[in-house]
Design a protein around this ligand. Structure first.
Ligand code: XMP
Ligand code: MG
Length: 183
């Protein structure tokens, strides 16, 4: 059998591995300044944010903790339903904590706005969001996101944690999936 390369399934590369690395370093410097003297809790949203979390956390030179939450709002489709279900809750108690939510992508914003409300009710001292990608044209609700990597067009993207049918998360770049993959 011939070896296939998953990067052949992309039509366009939107953000390269190097661009991601540079951007996370830039965001990390801002975060270090903003959280100086504070103990920050990074909350990664599974599974998409795994790569961002791993790379951002290693860029940061301030004391931090990491926790994870798994939610689902999608079902099998590629459109957010707005109905969010907790699949794995946080281990940490948020009372008095400075929480920085780490997200792969803000699409409609529905998942994040639900999360922000949910976290606010748990008594966090502060809650901010860091998202690697954002699709401004897809926004259904406004969410305040203090740290944004890249604004991208309203296409379904994969790579660097983002999947199609659980695949492509291991691509190093972020790109648009080729039509032949859907067929
Ligand atoms: P919403 O629409 O609630 O989306 O802002 C939140 C979650 O949906 C996933 N998502 C994507 N996953 N390619 C993906 O692989 C995409 O283009 C895409 N858009 C949204 C993602 O998990 C995000 O956190
Ligand atoms: Mg996600």
């Amino acid at each position: 059998m011939e070896q296939s390369d998953i990067s052949d399934d992309l039509t366009t590369i939107l953000v390269t591995e190097q661009e991601i690395r540079d951007k996370l370093a830039e965001l990390a410097r801002q975060i270090e300044t903003d959280y100086a003297g504070k103990d920050v809790l990074l909350v990664g949203v599974l599974k998409g944010a795994v790569m961002v979390m791993a790379d951002l956390a290693r860029e940061l030179r301030i004391p931090l903790s990491m926790d994870w939450m798994a939610v689902s709002s999608y079902g099998a489709g590629t459109k957010s339903s707005g109905v969010v279900q907790i699949r794995k809750d946080l281990d940490a108690d948020l009372t008095g904590r400075h929480v920085l939510i780490v997200e792969d992508i803000i699409d409609s914003g529905l998942t994040l706005s639900w999360l922000l409300e949910n976290f606010a009710s748990r008594g966090a001292a502060s809650i901010e969001v860091c998202a690697l990608l954002r699709k401004p044209e897809a926004a259904k609700v406004h969410v305040e996101c203090k740290y944004v990597g890249f604004d991208i067009p309203n296409d379904f993207v994969v790579g660097y944690g983002l999947d199609f049918d659980e695949k492509y998360r291991n691509l190093r770049d972020v790109g648009v999936l080729a039509p032949h993959v859907y067929a």
